[in-house]
Design a protein around this ligand. Structure first.
Ligand code: ADP
Ligand code: MG
Ligand code: MG
Length: 319
């Protein structure tokens, strides 16, 4: 009714990229911004889906070794994946798709693949075999890509840029475990987001993070898994073995200004484990991390000292 100090708020949930997404924005352009962001997410889903026969990724994966001219989005993702692939010693590898498919993580028909089958599939896994020439990409026969480890972070980053271009200064996008913020809260204070408890149910949390104009992306074995003969198998795979990465970590949360990098690194550093993650951070930097290890110890990088607050009731110890 006119005379209020509350800024306009507009929120909408949507299902895309195999997950629930919640988008909220503030200010006079809030509704336009959220709707434009959902449009962008749907565009990227159509482009990057591994199962949609009209997607660009499908065309690449079914190109039988022929060169294909690809979009700027795909080139950006391939560049980011190549850099993180190289820096992580192959812990992030976007050509892992034949392997994740064999485990059933793309379809939900889970199974432990035969070791001989896995070994054969692994011969097709190597991101360095992706040939690039200008706008053109060529995949060797048998090589298939999947941007599942990067796509939601990329979508969040793109949405934030789009909203800022529209004049939005305050928004919170939650793309299924991938948080992307625009600016600060409408009152100027930082966004406070939860780092989920890997052993709890959805509402339980390890701690909170303060974010301004940043992404926070979590990868964890608890997010998608199945159990067989008492063993838990999750969807983050170590390209060195073709099996779920067991590096001593329950979850990795990456905080940074690029959602794409945060998403890729959450996956890569989960595979690398604590020491590998800390080494990566020391060597390349540009991000901060919250690591939750198998003995319920929480490790944070120096830049989060006054941005992360442990939840003292969750049973975790901060180091
Ligand atoms: P989420 O699926 O919750 O976004 P991640 O960002 O960690 O979690 O991405 C995991 C997805 O990425 C898997 O479902 C699979 O499709 C793919 N993937 C799994 N392991 C790797 C890996 N080592 N490198 C690249 N992609 C991977
Ligand atoms: Mg992800
Ligand atoms: Mg990821």
């Amino acid at each position: 009714s006119g005379c209020t100090s509350q800024p306009e708020e507009y929120s909408r949930d949507t299902f895309a990229m195999d997950t629930i997404m919640s988008l909220s924005a503030y200010g006079p352009k809030a509704q336009d911004g959220v709707e434009a962001a959902i449009g962008e997410i749907n565009r990227l889903q159509k482009l990057l889906s591994v199962t949609d026969e009209d997607s660009e990724v499908w065309k690449l994966n079914h190109g039988n070794g022929a060169p294909l001219s690809v979009s700027e989005d795909t080139r950006t993702l391939l560049d980011a994946a190549a850099q993180m692939g190289e820096r992580s010693g192959g812990a992030l590898d976007v050509t892992l798709y034949p392997v994740t498919r064999a485990w059933g993580f793309t379809t939900g028909s889970y199974q432990v693949p035969d070791p001989a089958v896995l070994q054969e599939l692994l011969t097709h896994v190597d991101y360095r075999a992706i040939l690039r020439e200008g706008d053109t990409v060529t995949l060797p026969q048998g090589t298939e890509i999947d941007f599942g480890a990067l796509a939601k972070g990329y979508a969040g980053e793109r949405c934030a840029l789009l909203m800022k271009d529209m004049g939005i200064t305050s928004a919170l996008l939650s793309l299924g475990g991938n948080i992307q913020t625009v600016g600060a809260k409408p009152d100027g204070s930082p966004w406070r987001v939860l780092v989920q408890d890997p052993k709890g149910d959805g509402g339980d949390y390890v701690g909170t993070l303060e974010l301004v104009d940043q992404a926070a992306v979590t990868s964890g074995g608890y997010q998608r898994y199945f159990e067989e003969d008492g063993v838990r198998y999750w969807h983050i795979i170590d390209p060195a073995t073709g099996a779920p990465a067991r590096s001593g970590l329950q979850s990795v949360t990456i905080v940074g200004t690029s959602g794409t990098a945060c998403d890729g690194l959450s996956t890569a550093l989960f595979v690398l484990g604590r020491d590998g993650a800390v080494n990566y951070w020391r060597q390349y930097g540009g991000f901060e991390a919250v690591l939750v290890d198998d003995s319920d110890t929480v490790w944070i990088t120096a830049g989060l000292a006054d941005k992360f607050t442990l939840n003292n009731d969750a049973g975790y110890t901060l180091r």
